[in-house]
Structures are given as structure tokens and as C-alpha cells.
Design a protein around this ligand. Sequence first.
Ligand code: GAL
Length: 361
Amino acid sequence: MKPILFLLGLGVLTFALGKETPDLAEIHPGEIWPDTEGKPINAHGGGILFHEGTYYWYGEIKEGKTYLPEVNKSWGGTRVDVVGVSCYSSTDLLHWKNCGNVLPAVPSSDLDPKKVLERPKCIYNAKTKKFVLWFHSDSMDYAAASCGVAVSDQPTGPFIYQGSSRPNANNWPINITDEEKKAANSQLVKDFPIGQMARDMTVFVDDDQKAYLFAASEANPTMQISELTDDYLKTTGKYARVFQGRSMEAPAVFKRKGKYYLIASGCTAWAPNAARSAVADSIWGPWKELGNPCQGETSEISFNSQVTYALPISGQPDTFIFMADRWIKDDLADSRYIWLPIKFTNKGQPEIRWQDSWSID
Ligand code: GAL
């Protein structure tokens, strides 16, 4: 082959590969992110645990056909069958090794493929030395609105399913008035005996090792923050209602300079909307809203994404990554990830700006 033809061929090949396989020296938000075997990372609605020098990324496995649910057809939300929870490991946040399906679907159980398993988040309990996976466990019509819990001795599973339940049955929140307790039509009061609804959720471990569940509750308009038991397997019954009527979904929580931060989305199913942020001195509030942390073009739809996690970088106190999902509603398996750095203004306001590519360093 003539050298010029060879070089031309090489150029075309590099261009073609470049489209599908981004340069793994950098993060390319919105592009296919291959794992160490070259397959697209499949970890949606996910979160990351840092443990003993390694990052573990847990997420929803979305594969197969996307279709309308067999219930609530008028609602128009789409779904794929539940396959399980994926786990990937990495030491540099760029190269991710697939550690397999750590909580596979089980027919005729809470983990049935025809149900809902979303937003898995794994936390490590230093006392029990167990890895505890919390997730949104639901019926296909989203009426069960429960939390599922699974436990493992290793970050890479297998996780043993502990059951699903609604938090805080027969307990009143710490910030409710006597008047509110008597409001017969309120979802909170209706759910008092059976436990509070919990849909989009995350779990957060504080510096003192106490852990908390943040969940879209009361049919979604109100978020509830619940304390977890010392083993992280249940809620204690102590909880607070926050952001009443604001319909916050997809909560991501982190702590910076002693303050608690929340980034969340609005409630528009798979369609993107403007993210929200908030700050508090105590995890129980009061929480002060700070507005949309996304700045610049397409910030009104959060760069066409929905937040899922805010990742603190180990050993770098003021460094966080905004992790979000760019959902493809009609082909959920093709949904992508948006990772961007979170910066802070002098007043401590989080700011996220689009970048086509960026380096962790
Ligand atoms: C979103 C939610 C997702 C998923 C979806 C279903 O609002 O954040 O986790 O439940 O609705 O349409």
C-alpha cells in the first residue's frame, strides 16, 4: 500500500473510532463511555462508593427493549425490564472494570423484572463492615413507593436482598404541627400507619458515621430526610419534611466546609428540567434553596440531564463531580452520563458549567 493511502486509511479509522470510543485520558460528557472491555458502561441512576483506594460505581442495568408500562399507559412513561444492579470499579475514575450484576432480578419477588428497581446507592458501614445497598423498589405503576435494601461483605457483591418497605410507619416527622397531623387529606397522614412513600432517593453518610435517607415522598411533592439505624439497614423513625410542595427528585447530597448541600431535579419523568440546589447548616434543616447550579447554554434543562449523585474526590476536600443521566426516553439502554466538575462561588453557591471534555486532574 502506498504510504499516502495508508495514512489516509489510518486517519479515517481514527476518526471513526474517535466517534465511538472517546479518548480515555479525559471525561467526555454525553458520549458513550466504554468500560475496560470496550463495552458501554451500564450504570444508570447510579452512585459511587470510595472504599480502600477504589471507586465503585453502582447503577441500574438498562438493556433490552424500551416500552410503555402495562399499567398507567396514559401517563406515558417508558420502561425497560429490571435486570439488576451493576457495579464497576476504578482507581482513576476514567477506566472502569465491570464487576458484574451484583443484585440480579428475581422473578415473582420484589426484584421481579416487571417491577421497578431504580437509583441504587451503596454505603459502607464501618461498625458492621457490611456494604449496604439502598434503592427505590416499586411496583410497575409506582404505587408501592418503597425502599429496598441489600447487604454484602464485599463491595462487588453478591448482595443479599433484605426486603423492601416504606419508611417511618407510625411515626410523625420532627417538624410537623398539630394542625398538620389532623389534615385528613394529606398523603403524609394517610400513609402514617403503612409507612411513608419513598421514590427517587439517595443515602448519605455523615462525618460521625450516621447515615440518612433522602427520598421524594408524599406522592413526590415533599422530600423526607430519615435517619438510618446504626447498621444502616432501616430507618429509625426520626425524620423531617423538607422542600414542601417543591417536587424535588433525584436527590444528590454532599458536605462541604461543614455545610450540607443538595442538588436535585424537578419532577418531569425522563424529561430533563432545571436542577435545583440547596444548603443547610444541619442535615435536619432549615434548607435554603440556592437555585439552578447549572450555568450557561441549556442550563434550563441541566445540559439535557438529570442529576443522580455528587461525588467527593478522595483526598481533595473541595472537589466534587456532578453525576447525571442523559435519559433517552424511547431507548433507555442508550442513555448516557454527564459528569462535570462542581465549582463554588465565594458565597458558597455551587456552579456547574458545560465542557465537551475535561480531565480529572
Ligand atoms: C423520573 C425519576 C426516574 C424514573 C423516571 C420514570 O422522574 O427520576 O428515576 O423513576 O421518572 O419515568
